[in-house]
Write a protein that binds this ligand. Sequence first.
Ligand code: NDP
Length: 322
Amino acid sequence: MEKTTDQRAEVLDGARIAEEIKREVAAEVVRLQQESNVRPCLATVRVGDDPASTIYVRNKVLACEALGLRSEPHVLAAETTTEHLLDLVGTLNKRDDVDGILVQLPLPPGVDELRVIEAIDPAKDVDGIHPINVGRLALGQPGLVPCTPAGIIELLERSGVAISGMNACVVGRSNIVGRPMSQLLLQRNATITICHSRTRDLAAMTRQADILIVAIGRAALVRGEHIKPGAAVVDVGMNKVTDEGEARALFGDDAAKRVEIIKRRGYTLVGDVHPAEVEGVAGRLTPVPRGVGPLTIAMLMQNTVKAARMRRGIKVTGDEQE
Ligand code: NDP
């Protein structure tokens, strides 16, 4: 997309598309109940009292309630052993009425996270992090795909951003965002560059990108100079800004509102992309908040319904491509 420098990037509206997906999921939940007498159920497992994890899990449970899914929250003490957690996962695996198992990460340092992930039945792995699902994704086979990158694909496709043949750059190579993101873009015939903390000249790489996905957890690290004019930019990062002066430098026209939020709540959120600079160069840009975050929860709901169908061999037209 061509643009002149004084134009602001068009908003890639993650919140709106998340609502659209949630409406579709709610309709499918009704259909599943009517046609197959199935009400999908998500079991969440939280270990310890990490405040961020507590909020994330609560939001997931609330989303289930809003869309008609059943949820079953399990909360275990921070001192829980790996064996105890493996027992719980084993029980949830065996239960026919549980369709999705979500173990909120990170787990406390004493717990063997990899063993717990590997113990989850791949058919119920709604986070898409079991090695079987990771392998299926790498092979381009259908399976459960991690929610954040799956949501970003929905965002791009439903917003009319062309992917096939484009140069896509993914900054970050985590197991839940960067790596699966690049696989999904590759499946859709983009040419992929993956960058990380050892990339030598980040801006030289990102400036080639028609589609730039940034998931690094570094506040506003990606600046105007990193962006190809007119590119579609997806900012996955969520970082807290507490300093009013910093907020003024980051948010341009939006600064007064953000300073107000800091005064009221103590912080405001910024992504990994510098909003004021990048919106002057990019063609399209996700906001933070209300960009990628809502999509992640919507896709978790979609994955739970998908798991409920796949486990029972219930097909939906058009599902084979996932
Ligand atoms: P991780 O910390 O697991 O991974 C960060 C990645 O960024 C690593 O691959 C790291 O490289 C790379 N990186 C770090 N610093 C730089 C740098 N200076 N230049 C280039 N690459 C760098 O993060 P996650 O993927 O879990 O999350 C990333 C961000 O996305 C976080 O802010 C997180 O809060 C947010 N997030 C948001 C979600 C949402 O729903 N909105 C969902 C998930 C995450 P290396 O591998 O070399 O160390």
